[in-house]
Design a protein around this ligand. Structure first.
Ligand code: PSU
Ligand code: MN
Length: 306
């Protein structure tokens, strides 16, 4: 039987035996962090998933091949690549058809995870409705994906570079459950509290797994978004970030940036404007999300009928 994706031997083994697997995206590696921090973080996050009892599956397209789980050298090559495309739902098939290489965003990673039967995915922050979207129409494909692909995505909330109220409204319209983990407030990526209440709250991985299974029983399409606050010692308060974000945004506007280049530009500028502190926070939160995702994956395995 030929399949449209290629699992690594380790991921194949885990899926065959219904062991818990956590999908990981690769755009954060190619477009979200500088080398060599991106490679070290990707390796560390995989290790965090293993230590928490699950198998990591980093997803990317390599020479046209949709890989679920990357070998060590492949991960290293991707982390060093300056030419990898940033793939969302719209780009995935074209990249594969042309034999290209690209990293997967949240939307494309969800598609690949679902194809492989992986139900949980850890990332840093999802894309959302950008500030000024009423002019630019810049709304990430991640939101539509959550509405249609049944994968639980663990993130640290939406990045503070986005319009969070509009992002929440859009998710509500799309029927996506937004679940804060262990607190009432919606976390905002680098900060624990966005100042907005989260629509839903759950306090343990078993409940999150149960809600996902319930959604499937109800016949509802789509996934869940779990927003896990950054650990307290790594957070950057929104007071400090807000003016830096405003500066980065006006620079992006002055340069006339649009489309895929906006998010990577803003992340890179914040890295510079915070003297690297935004990167330290980003690494801490994604590791935190990987551990929670592994816990949810283990609960899903335990609660699923054999
Ligand atoms: N979160 C991060 N760093 C990133 C991203 C998310 O901490 O680089 C990536 C994800 O892959 C997400 C994408 O899907 O940014 C959203 O891009 P856009 O805003 O262009 O849809
Ligand atoms: Mn966009």
């Amino acid at each position: 039987m030929t399949r449209i994706f290629t699992p690594s031997p380790e991921v194949q083994e885990a899926l065959t035996h219904d062991r818990p697997v956590v999908a990981l995206e690769s755009t954060i590696i190619t477009h979200g962090m500088p080398y060599p921090d991106n490679l070290q973080t990707a390796q560390q996050v995989e290790e965090d998933v293993r230590q928490a009892g699950a198998i990591p599956a980093t997803i990317a397209v390599i020479d046209g091949d949709l890989r679920i789980g990357l070998e060590a050298q492949t991960l290293e090559k991707l982390a060093k690549s300056k030419s990898a495309a940033k793939l969302s739902r719209a780009d995935l098939a074209v990249c594969m058809a042309r034999g290209g290489t690209g990293s997967t965003t949240v939307s494309a990673t969800m598609i690949a995870a679902h194809l492989a039967g992986i139900k949980v995915f850890a990332t840093g922050g999802i894309g959302g409705v950008h500030q000024g979207a009423e002019q630019t129409f810049d709304i990430s494909a991640d939101l539509q994906e959550l509405a249609q692909t049944p994968v639980t995505v663990v993130c640290a909330g939406a990045k503070a570079i986005l319009d969070l109220p509009k992002t929440l409204e859009t998710l509500e319209t799309l029927g996506v459950p937004v679940i804060a983990y262990g607190q009432d407030a919606l976390p905002a990526f680098w900060s624990r509290d966005s100042g907005l209440p989260a629509p839903l709250r759950l306090d343990d991985p078993a409940q999150i797994a149960k809600a996902q299974l319930m959604r499937a029983h109800l016949g509802l399409p789509g996934g869940q978004l779990v927003a896990n606050p950054i650990p307290p010692r790594d957070e950057i308060h929104s007071r400090i970030l807000a003016p830096l974000i405003a500066q980065a945004q006006s620079e992006a506007a002055a340069q006339g940036l649009s489309g895929k280049s906006v998010t990577p530009f803003l992340l890179q500028r914040l890295f510079e404007l915070t003297n690297g502190q935004s990167l330290t926070a980003n690494i801490a939160l994604i590791r935190n999300n990987a551990r929670l995702a592994a816990g949810i994956a283990m609960e899903l395995t335990a609660q699923s009928p054999a």
